[in-house]
Design a protein around this ligand. Structure first.
Ligand SMILES: Cc1ncc(C[n+]2csc(CCOP(=O)(O)OP(=O)(O)O)c2C)c(N)n1
Ligand SMILES: CC(=O)[C@@H](O)[C@H](O)COP(=O)(O)O
Ligand SMILES: [Mg+2]
Length: 638
């Protein structure tokens, strides 16, 4: 166990006001100590490392120059906010990061006045910053608003909607583009290439130096019309950048690790800028920690690790991860069917589509952080007879709901939606929980909505989705490893809308949708032991519902309990709707629908989150006893 780093300068800095008392010449030392502190903390907690290492100097410079928290500082995504948290009164809790009751891994309004806006989903910072800048102008507060956005986050359409509006509003907004030429994976798209050109153009940097001085001088003494005219003229010389064409003063690119670059530019902008400004800084993801700098992913997200060697703790899985099972099954199906293509929105490794890209490079597309585009891009492919597997995390699919409705479902296009990270995700907390996909997909006419109960079922669902061409189809599965069931050599095609009975009984029926099946089987053991013979069924489909199965369960049991790791309005709601429509509630059938709570559940271990939600063995048993009016059975919690 390494000793905590010695941080004599950082020990004097709790808040930015303390930081502003330091001499500029002390800031490089402070940066070294913040880096050491962050590396030590994350080695013990795990979390997002590379992004934060890349913005240590930038974060210090912003807090040095601007009067935070009155000046508003917004981080896009927020995964790079650990240095910011260390410098804004949360150093003492930094080793509670992403743990139950601890600090969030992202910026949170509820956590600190230095976090004026929560984040975690990408590309929201310019919009939020513009809102705050306009509020400042309207209220006369005249505060500075700074939005720090990465090059990856600049691949999302929402960023351009905000730039477009900011340029037109001429609001006093400072956008700092943190260009480290990385997303989670290397960035994709034309924007990335454009930024690379900007960052590498030596003449451009030469002229920019002149431009910078010109802007700063003119910014002081003449009104903006002349400044803009000169800037515009200069633009013809160097070729106005896209940002300038959108109404921003574009300053840079400058070295985002150099206080000699950062401090004068930020002070100049603070004192002279009038309208929207974009400062292009070039940084290195993972900066200052050799194992991160050397890693392909720059240690974007890490487990606990050894600080000396950088070796990450190996979690010994009992079963393959759902993501790996999905990826392997998809590659297998793609070998049989050249119409199968994969689409990811900047999450190739997270979704496992990197495996499809390795096997079939021409049939896998990383569209950048652009989920809306991903869905409609898939719809275009499906319209031409291809079988697009648009693999998105449940939480990120939320961003593309209208594209799912308007471009896929209404047209009945056979787009396949592998939905990863369905249910509680644990350390990433409420912003990443996969709660709503069943709720918003199973309401759509013509959609087939499945949930895998275990890794074998997932393999069957990949095969079923590959074979199903009658319309859109989705299948959801959680973060983490499977339950360790025997795997089929190849998936079987499931009969659409048909669930299965996995355990017979006569009194209580547990109807599971998804991976809560394992807890239902354990709960059935307890209920049997208490004399309540229990049937367990795996619904497999939320849409179309297996009406025969539900009728059978309703007619031959005193109680029916649906269990799903999803929000209200999902599988259980559809079952209740069917029971009521069919009059199956008229004879006193007791029904309970177990779902995720109507709360934003803070980060914890997924098993703790499921227990707190009553979606585990004890919770299911407790629900049955309470429904029967019996005291909680001895030895059963819940
Ligand atoms: C809407 C959305 N899609 C995907 C993600 C997953 N994600 C988190 S960080 C990241 C890459 C961000 O790249 P960049 O903005 O360049 O920041 P960097 O990590 O390079 O500092 C992605 C894709 C997300 N947070 N939000
Ligand atoms: C910041 C972000 O959105 C991603 O890095 C996300 O945290 C990845 O989640 P997984 O760790 O479940 O892949
Ligand atoms: Mg980046």
């Amino acid at each position: 166990m390494t000793q905590p780093p010695k941080t004599p300068l950082l020990d004097k800095v709790t808040y930015p006001a303390d930081l502003r008392k330091l001499e500029d010449r002390d800031l490089p030392q402070l940066a070294r100590e913040v880096r050491d502190e962050m590396i030590d903390a994350v080695s013990k907690t795990g979390g997002h490392l590379g992004a934060g290492l890349g913005v240590v100097e930038l974060t210090i410079a912003i807090h040095n120059v601007f009067n935070t928290p009155d000046d508003r500082l917004i981080f896009d995504v927020g995964h790079q906010c650990y240095p910011h948290k260390i410098l804004t009164g949360r150093r003492d809790r930094i080793r509670t990061l992403r743990q139950e009751g601890g600090l969030s891994g992202f910026t949170r309004r509820a956590e600190s006045e230095y976090d004026p806006f929560g984040a975690a989903h990408s590309s929201t910072s310019i919009s939020a910053g513009l809102g705050m800048a306009v509020a400042s102008d309207l209220s006369g507060a005249k505060r500075n608003v700074i939005a720090v956005i990465g090059d990856g986050a600049m691949s999302a359409g929402m960023a351009y909607e905000a730039l477009n509006n900011a340029g037109a509003l001429d609001a006093r907004l400072i956008v700092i583009l943190n260009d480290n030429d990385m997303s989670i994976a290397p960035p994709t798209g034309a924007m990335s290439a454009y930024l690379a050109r900007l960052a590498s153009g030596r003449t451009y940097m030469g002229m920019r130096e002149v431009g910078k001085k010109l802007t700063s001088y003119l910014g002081k003494s003449v009104d903006r019309a002349i400044t803009r005219a000169v800037e515009h003229a200069r633009g013809y010389v160097t070729g106005g950048t896209m940002f300038e064409e959108m109404g921003f003063y574009h300053i840079g690119p400058i070295d985002g690790h150099s206080f000699e670059h950062l401090l004068p530019v930020l002070r100049n902008v603070r004192d002279n800028a009038h309208g929207p400004v974009l400062i292009h800084v070039v940084t290195q993801k993972g900066k200052g920690y050799a194992p991160a700098e050397a890693a392909a992913d720059k240690y974007h997200g890490v487990n606990k690790f050894d600080v000396i060697t950088g070796a990450q703790a190996k979690v010994k899985p009992n079963a393959p991860s759902y993501t790996a099972v999905f990826a392997e099954a998809l590659v297998q199906e793609a070998e049989f069917d050249d119409k199968i293509v994969g689409i990811t929105a900047a999450m190739p490794s997270g979704t496992g589509l990197d495996k499809l890209a390795d096997a079939f490079p021409s049939r896998c597309f990383d569209v950048g952080i652009a989920e809306q585009h991903a869905v409609t891009f898939a719809a275009g492919l499906a319209a031409e007879g291809y079988k697009p597997f648009t693999a998105l995390y449940s939480t990120f699919l939320q961003r593309a709901f209208d594209q799912v409705v308007h471009d896929v479902a209404i047209q009945g296009l056979p787009v396949r939606f592998p939905i990863d990270r369905a249910g509680f995700v644990g350390a990433d907390g409420p912003t990443h929980a996969g709660s709503f996909d069943t709720t918003f997909l199973a309401t759509l006419p013509g959609f087939v909505v499945m949930a895998a109960a275990d890794e074998a079922e997932l393999k069957h669902m990949v095969r079923t989705a590959a074979a199903y061409d009658a319309g859109p189809i989705s299948f959801r599965y959680p973060r983490g490893e499977g339950v360790g069931v025997e795997m089929p050599v190849r998936g079987e095609i499931l009969q659409i809308g048909k669930g299965r009975i996995v355990k017979e009984g006569t009194k209580v029926a547990l109807l599971s949708f998804g991976t809560r099946l394992a807890d239902c089987m354990l709960a059935a053991e307890d209920l049997d032991a208490a004399g309540l013979s229990t049937t367990v069924a795996d619904a497999r489909f939320a849409k179309p519902l297996d009406h025969d199965l539900i009728r059978q369960l309703a007619r031959h049991h005193e109680m029916l309990i649906t269990v799903e790791e999803g929000a209200v309005g999902g599988f259980g709601s559809h079952v209740l709707q069917f029971l009521s429509t069919e009059g199956l509630l008229d004879n006193g059938l007791k029904v309970r629908s177990l779902v995720m709570p109507d709360l934003w559940v803070e980060q914890a271990k997924p098993e703790v989150m499921n227990a707190q939600a009553g979606l585990d063995r004890a919770g299911i048993v407790g629900t049955v006893f309470r429904a029967l009016g019996r005291p909680a059975a001895v030895g059963f919690a819940g």
